[in-house]
Design a protein around this ligand. Structure first.
Ligand SMILES: NC(=O)C1=CN([C@@H]2O[C@H](COP(=O)(O)OP(=O)(O)OC[C@H]3O[C@@H](n4cnc5c(N)ncnc54)[C@H](O)[C@@H]3O)[C@@H](O)[C@H]2O)C=CC1
Ligand SMILES: O=C(CO)COP(=O)(O)O
Length: 345
């Protein structure tokens, strides 16, 4: 197989694995800095369309691919030639993809991911899955308040790259940083992952509340009490509060609880309208990680004896047939508490 040698530095080829809304937006962003970027996706028909149209018209209408963004169907070739890989598949495909690419990559290849969520069934964080597959190898995650469409359009934004290794964090930051995109680094991998997973569940709750017409006061209360849940779980599993009040926690929580570009929020809005979850997800046709993560976040919370009443009610609505109205009543009628109680408030 003809493979170009792996080089390091600013001219290295970068691969993006997963050609949905977010993978494509990131590939566009990374290519804008002038590097050669290769975008791989598993659906050959879709990839042929992207190559032909030089755009992802369904997810990112009106955005043309830069010339140095290449579409590739051969995963092995991407892994063998790229100095760095950005995984942007939904959490449900993360372990499988990592298992496939690990033997194809050099041990020195930097693997980053932009996936948000916990593994279904195990509630493992994605960095735990990475450590199992590639122990001690360079890894980082990308998170924060970033809608694919706005990033692809080049609108100003900020994000966080988290890695236990500051050099790796800075390397991955350099892949995406631009005049329009401010990138912060962090060594709090756990906090960054918990923020990204839990905010999606809370965005569903905010969508339900707004869909029921409960107004701005209720939304603000949900965001604030949701943040309390986020902080409690983060502290219990080893994340830092300063991370959770930063871009990967509060930033993403506010974004997805308040704007209808959020698919998780739209799931909540539709649930409040009486639609079934199956119909909603079928129509959405894109990832809504809060649905997959809700059970896992709640299970993790129970394991650590952390009270997460909003998350619990989202699970009830999603999986136990509770009506959105009954879920809100259950939340409002909980026993009175002191707001500052760190354990259960
Ligand atoms: N869309 C957005 O604005 C943002 C999304 N994210 C996160 O990025 C992840 C991906 O989201 P989107 O791209 O928006 O979803 P999407 O639904 O637009 O696309 C997901 C893509 O992954 C592909 N896929 C699924 N499993 C795969 C596997 N095992 N191997 C290869 N490809 C696979 C699907 O065919 C689809 O093309 C999610 O975890 C999401 O929470 C994070 C920040 C922003
Ligand atoms: O994570 C996101 C923005 O930061 C995207 O949110 P949704 O998956 O709810 O659209």
């Amino acid at each position: 197989m003809g493979t170009a040698p792996i080089e390091d530095g600013a001219h290295a080829t970068l691969g993006v694995l997963g050609a949905g809304a977010w993978g494509t937006a990131l590939a566009i962003t990374m290519a804008r800095s002038g590097r050669r970027v290769v975008l791989w996706g598993s659906d050959e028909a879709r990839m042929a369309r992207l190559a032909h149209e030089r755009a992802h018209t369904a997810a990112l209408p009106g955005i043309r691919f830069p010339d140095n963004l290449e579409i590739e169907n051969d995963l092995e070739r991407v892994c063998r030639t790229a100095a760095g890989l950005m995984l942007a598949v939904p959490s449900g495909g993360f372990r499988t993809l990592l298992r496939v690419i690990t033997p194809l990559c050099d041990e020195a290849t930097t693997v980053a991911w932009a996936t948000k969520g916990l593994e279904s069934g195990t509630h493992k964080r994605l960095s735990e899955i990475h450590s199992e597959a590639r122990p001690g190898r360079p890894a980082a995650l990308l998170t924060g308040p970033t809608f694919a469409r706005e990033i692809a359009a080049g609108l100003p934004a900020a994000m966080t790259i988290a890695s236990q290794d500051p050099v790796v964090a800075e390397t991955v930051a350099s892949w995406v940083r631009s005049e329009r995109l401010r990138v912060y680094t962090s060594d709090d991998v756990i906090g960054a992952e918990i923020g990204g997973a839990v905010k999606n569940v809370l965005a569903i709750a905010a969508g339900i509340s707004d869909g029921l017409g409960f107004g701005a006061n209720a939304r603000a209360a949900l965001i604030t009490r949701g943040l309390a849940e986020l902080l409690r779980l983060g502290a219990a599993v080893g994340g830092r509060a300063e991370t959770l009040i930063g871009l990967s926690g509060v930033g993403d929580l506010v974004l997805t609880c308040t704007d209808d570009l959020s698919r998780n929020r739209r799931v909540g809005l539709a649930l409040a309208g009486g639609r079934s979850l199956g119909d909603i997800l079928g129509e959405l046709g894109q990832a809504a990680e809060g649905v997959a993560s809700a059970r896992e976040v709640y299970a993790l919370a129970r394991e650590h004896r952390v009270d997460m009443p909003i998350t619990e009610q989202v699970c009830q609505v999603l999986f136990a047939g509770r009506s959105p109205q009954a879920a809100v009543t259950a939340l409002l009628n909980r026993d009175p508490r002191t707001e500052a109680d760190p354990a259960t408030a």
